[in-house]
Write a protein that binds this ligand. Structure first.
Ligand SMILES: Nc1ncnc2c1ncn2[C@@H]1O[C@H](COP(=O)(O)OP(=O)(O)O)[C@@H](O)[C@H]1O
Ligand SMILES: N[C@@H](CCC(=O)OP(=O)(O)O)C(=O)O
Length: 385
């Protein structure tokens, strides 16, 4: 794990030094009665522009929440709608306003912004993922600031992040960020919700997977989503991507940049996980289970082998080719998770048979692995139960 020195100077250098900084701003900081707190955007952009003025090697990506909050007053809605269609309508009205406000603030510093709307699918499908990565890289190369939000108007419940914390962590991974900054309405992660008496600030978190803090039950405001839970999850994703994460209040960011001892730093792993494994570990939702015999468990877990039909005893769930499934031992414990290359309907007749036999009986296409080793993550892995 790489360890920023939280005492100040090294941490501040991560915020002001070379590299690509991904700065995510939560709805809790941006929402106002009028929709968006423009003064807050201006103050933050001033700090970000000051970093940029230090050199073109200081690149920046902004991940902004607030589209839904920005759309509420315009539609005359007193609070966040409870249904997905209502949230999407509010986001549709608010996103243009939000983007325009960031563009205006950056233009005052002669900086150009580009809107990037992403959803989970853009990270899951390899061609979408490569495309998103290429677009972000080109925007940065051209000196523009990508301003990213979730594509709220089209994302369905199934493919939705909902909060922007984890989206920001994946963006940090996509751009090879030097650090991820999560700005919110609380100055740090505490060992319990900061409204409770005796809450103590955590200055550094060695391993986001093992956070001992009580993370409360949700957002701290009427507009936020996920609370500290999704920030810790985001820090875990970023850590696995080799990126350290810093959490503080938007209003304290200037102090942090100046070297003050504020906020919480989460350390990063020294070696980044490959993208697909990162996704399998942190995003994928299993659609079924394969029960493996003891030999297959050993092959997958100890030898890092692919899973072949011969070692599978049972199949459950109604999944298609390309779905994610849990691989279990005969006692029912999950030993791994992976992407299947057969649908659930096709598998039962293949079970227990060698690929040699299957090829001879059914054709050359049946010589393939059920789960290829490159599409498989072994439990216990960070993020898995
Ligand atoms: N252990 C904790 N430490 C700090 N904040 C916590 C903790 N548990 C819950 N929270 C809450 O998380 C809130 C921030 O999350 P959220 O409302 O989703 O913000 P945002 O919109 O900025 O993403 C804080 O206002 C705080 O009330
Ligand atoms: N994409 C949504 C963000 C949802 C949300 O509330 O996120 P956050 O404030 O980061 O917890 C929006 O723009 O309103």
């Amino acid at each position: 794990m790489t360890a920023p020195d939280v005492a100040g100077s090294v941490a501040a250098a991560l915020l002001t030094g070379p590299g690509t900084l991904v700065v995510k701003v939560g709805s809790s900081s941006l929402a106002s009665d009028a929709g968006i707190d423009g003064a807050q955007v201006d103050r933050l952009v001033e700090l970000l522009a000051a970093r940029r003025a230090l050199g073109p090697d200081r690149q920046l990506v902004v991940v902004t929440s607030g589209a839904i909050a920005a759309g509420l007053p315009a539609l005359g809605l007193p609070r966040r709608p409870a249904d997905l269609a209502g949230l999407q309508a509010a986001a549709s009205v608010g996103q243009g306003r939000l983007q325009a406000r960031w563009a205006l603030a950056f233009e005052r510093h002669d900086m150009v912004t580009g809107q990037v709307l992403l959803d989970l699918d853009d990270l899951v499908r390899r061609n979408h993922y490569l495309n998103a990565r290429a677009t972000l890289a080109r925007l940065l190369q051209l000196g523009a600031v990508p301003v990213v939000n979730e594509n709220d108007t089209v994302a369905t419940d199934e493919i939705r992040f909902g909060d922007n914390d984890r989206l920001a962590a994946f963006v940090a991974h996509l751009v090879g960020a030097s650090a991820l900054v999560l700005l919110t309405d609380v100055d740090a992660l505490y060992d319990r919700p900061p409204t409770r008496p005796g809450a103590v600030r955590l200055r550094t978190v060695e391993d986001p997977q093992a956070v001992g803090a009580d993370l409360g039950t949700g957002a701290g405001s009427a507009v936020g989503t996920g609370g500290m839970r999704t920030k810790v999850d985001a820090a875990a994703i970023a850590a696995d991507a080799g990126v350290p994460t810093f959490v503080t209040a938007t209003s304290r960011y200037g102090d942090a940049v100046a070297g003050a001892d504020v906020g919480t730093w989460f350390r990063a792993a020294e070696r980044a996980m490959p993208a697909r494994i990162l996704w399998l570990t942190h995003v994928a939702v299993p659609k079924g289970r394969l029960t493996l015999d003891a030999g297959a468990v050993r092959a997958v877990v100890e030898r890092g082998a692919s899973l072949l039909p011969a070692g599978i005893r049972a199949v459950s769930g109604g999944f298609d080719v390309g779905a994610v499934v849990d691989l279990c031992d005969e006692a029912g414990g999950t030993v791994a998770r992976g992407v299947v290359s057969y649908g659930a309907a096709e598998l039962p007749r293949l079970l227990g048979r060698s690929t040699h036999d299957l090829r001879a009986d059914l054709g050359p296409g049946y010589g393939r692995e059920v789960v290829h080793r490159d599409d498989l993550v072994v439990v216990p892995a960070p993020g898995l139960p």
